[in-house]
Design a protein around this ligand. Sequence first.
Ligand code: NAD
Length: 321
Amino acid sequence: MLIVPEREIANLMTRDAAFDAVEGVFAAMAAKDAYNFPVIREAIGHEDALYGFKGGFDKAGMALGLKAGGYWPHNLEKHDLINHQSTVFLFDPDTGKVRAMVGGNLLTALRTAAASSVSIKHLARKDAKVMGMVGAGHQATFQLRAALEQRQFEKVIGWNYHPEMLPNIEKIAQEAGLPFEAVPLEGMTEADVVISITSTFAPSIMADHISEGTHIACMGTDTKGKQEVEAALLARSTVFTDEVAQSISIGEAQHAVAQGLIRESDVHQIGAVINGTHKGRTSESEITLFDGTGVGLQDLAVAASVVELAVKKGVAIEVDF
Ligand code: NAD
């Protein structure tokens, strides 16, 4: 068995490799070559932790396995550890023998950033100039850094519920040599691309905060009850997602479907756009909305990619198991 520890991931995994892995697995999912297993997520009644498993099998990429982990809210204060903890296990699809154990913390951030980035590549207008961010927490910095590589952006605008966190994303804009402007939510109408990545249960972004022609990637809603955007915005948009079943149950589309504003058949797989079986954006004025719920296959894809890189660089630890 190979082990790739968390400490090695930053030196191995690139944004390009994460992008390719995630784009590939979204395509495989739409072609029905890959599928996600039902997600298990439990409040374990200890340390207020949420723990679970996300798994799947990608027959195209031959990745079989699961990510185990979750959220321990007191880690930082009690143990100086980050609150999200996860590990990916990969198995040989031919034999079932465990193949690798891979640190999953940074990989989760990178695969989530790659997902919104893939959606921008395939759905945003080519002439997009203004990048809008709603959210400025841990994940927002990753999303923004990856997004800025997708178009020739000239400016970043941002809003956050906790304005004192905005310097987190301002720093990323500056690193990319772009001006940053803090705006009220109404100011988001200037954006050609918006990413929302917050943990809110009440929508911040209203339908009229988004202009015609915009692409919006909603990345924060990954649980029943969470909601970042007004359901009416989904009715105004062409809606895409990683996984339709998740989108309508735990993703942003859960609310619009529950309110009867859209139907399940109105939610399209991003993989179909990648494969060319869905036309994607069809006009300059269309609003495209990507509901990124986060699937286990993304984790397996980036883990498989990092194992390959670790073997190439000679840093994978081999144990007899
Ligand atoms: P974080 O705790 O670092 O940041 C939380 C963000 O949400 C901050 O910007 C904060 O200001 C904002 N926020 C908090 N309460 C709010 C409210 N009431 N209204 C509006 N904004 C509010 O968390 P993070 O690691 O950046 O994760 C953000 C979200 O993304 C979480 O909901 C997380 O579950 C989700 N997530 C999704 C995926 C995926 O694959 N889709 C992957 C990782 C994380």
